[in-house]
Design a protein around this ligand. Structure first.
Ligand code: FCB
Length: 462
């Protein structure tokens, strides 16, 4: 542990000299919410306990085994250690915690009979959060689709809309007395592009248009869930969470590629959900799956826009590729994180300003953070200066966007804990807290103390 004083400067107990001072917070609202985010598959573990069914990310599931053979079987063992994790959140001083519910824990087969043991787990978690004075923000779907539903076509089947609405109803009925903040989907563009679009899904090779069907059905599922939550939860506040990153051409010849990627990555979901239209570039591809009234079914009133943002992406034309674009080079000398993601805080500021202009709703930053290969030093501490510098610069960029008029209401760091980072397994760490996976010991990193002091300072602003 490194003590950090209210200016963000480390204390005397052996901490290194320059932990970054705080960014300006002058333009942020008095009631600004500071939080952290996690997701079920990435932290819970206990995948074969409490009656949970198989999901597509389990080793038995469609996505199969990740290189290096990492699985979410144990992950951070949060299913058992949640009291310790809530205590960490309390120590951090956050006002809100975003987590996701594992659909296969609630409905092991994806539909049919609900699993009381799974439901009871989130009861305990929610009650403990509320007792700690932390507002629960519940996301219905963070990628752990029940395998039984994937076997029926998953999101490529229009039936998925009914499956998701029924699942949303169970969750809303059970927790709606205590949870008011609901997000329908986390990053729909990412799980559909990577799951159905880029050829990583088994089904992808046989179903040429799986991606476009999935996009439309996930959008319809979102709309259906919004209606379900509103009808069942008094005082609910509903949004969805999108991964929006500037799509930049690698060279002047790549402008078209950047535009196509932008349509799939940044617009395929926000445009219909928040404005009732598909981007022009996608209209023809979605049309075959469109039924009368679908756009109204998708475009339901929402209370906020959830933004996950990390880094711009650079694109190059690739006429041989399925959608005409591929990932390209970034400009030389762009600063990068330890896992090679470009660091461009102005891109974050501009993204916030564009979203504010396009959608005119309060924005919550639901994920932002830095991935690295953190290791404890000889004293057992983790001094993650790069993460602190990244958070400082991105929070400063957010303050700039607020100063320029964007209505930003909250910021959630990804993530509370190091966790199962999808295709990168456990190698890449995004936590404010280091997890020693062999012992499950949690070690708050220097960034944990820095963020804690920042939250305290923000609260003390005149
Ligand atoms: C986002 C995901 C989240 C995590 C971070 C690093 O795309 O929503 O689960 O993996 O990236």
């Amino acid at each position: 542990m490194v003590a950090v004083d209210s200016a963000g400067t480390p204390g005397k107990d052996g901490a290194p000299a320059q932990i970054e001072p705080f960014p300006p917070l002058t333009a942020l609202r008095r009631d600004f919410i500071w939080g952290v985010s996690t997701s079920s598959y990435q932290i819970e573990g206990a995948t074969r306990e409490g009656g949970r069914g198989v999901c597509v990310w389990d080793p038995e599931g469609r996505r199969g085994v990740i290189p290096g053979k990492d699985t979410g079987d144990i992950a951070c063992d949060h299913y058992h250690r949640y009291p310790e994790d809530v205590a960490l959140m309390q120590r951090l001083g956050i006002q809100a915690y975003r987590f996701s519910v594992a659909w296969p824990r609630i409905l092991p087969q994806g539909r049919g009979q609900a699993n009381e043991t799974g439901l009871a787990f989130y009861d305990r978690l929610i009650d403990m959060l509320l007792a700690a004075g932390i507002e629960p923000w519940l996301c219905l779907y963070h990628w752990d689709l029940p395998q039984a539903l994937d076997d029926l076509g998953g999101w490529t089947a229009r039936d998925s809309v009914g499956w998701f609405a029924d699942y949303a109803a169970i969750v809303a009925d059970r927790y709606g007395d205590r949870v008011k903040r609901f997000a329908t989907f986390n990053e729909p563009s990412i799980f559909t592009l990577f799951g159905y679009g880029f050829g990583e899904s088994n089904r992808d090779t046989t179903e040429a248009d799986a991606l476009h069907r999935a996009i439309h059905h996930v959008n319809l599922s979102h709309g259906a869930a919004v209606d379900v939550i509103r009808a069942r939860v008094a005082g609910s506040s509903v949004g969805s969470i999108h991964n929006v990153q500037p799509c930049l051409p690698s060279s002047l010849a790549d402008v078209k590629a950047a535009r196509i990627c932008d349509a799939y990555w940044n617009r395929a979901y926000p445009d219909p959900q928040y404005r009732g239209v598909y981007p022009d570039l996608l209209k023809a591809a979605i049309e075959p799956y469109m039924q009368p009234g679908d756009l109204e079914r998708i475009h339901r009133p929402l209370d906020w826009f959830g933004l996950n943002h990390y880094s711009p992406i650079y694109l190059r034309d690739d006429p041989g590729s399925r959608f005409g674009f591929n990932f390209g080079d970034r400009p030389p000398n762009t600063p990068v994180t330890p896992v090679d993601w470009a660091i461009v805080p102005e891109g974050f500021r501009d993204t916030l300003l564009n979203l504010a202009k396009d959608f005119r709703l309060p924005i919550y930053v639901m994920e932002n953070g830095l991935g690295a290969y953190d290791k404890p030093d000889a004293q057992g501490t983790v001094i993650d200066k790069e993460r602190i510098a990244y958070l400082r610069d991105y929070i400063a960029a957010m303050n700039d966007a607020a100063a320029a008029g964007a209505d930003i209401r909250g910021y959630f760091v990804w993530s509370l804990l190091d966790n199962f980072e999808w295709d990168s397994g456990y190698a890449v760490r995004f936590g404010l807290t280091y997890v020693d996976y062999a012992t499950q010991k949690r070690i708050p990193k220097a960034s944990f103390d820095w963020y804690r002091a920042l939250i305290k300072t923000a609260a003390l602003r005149p």
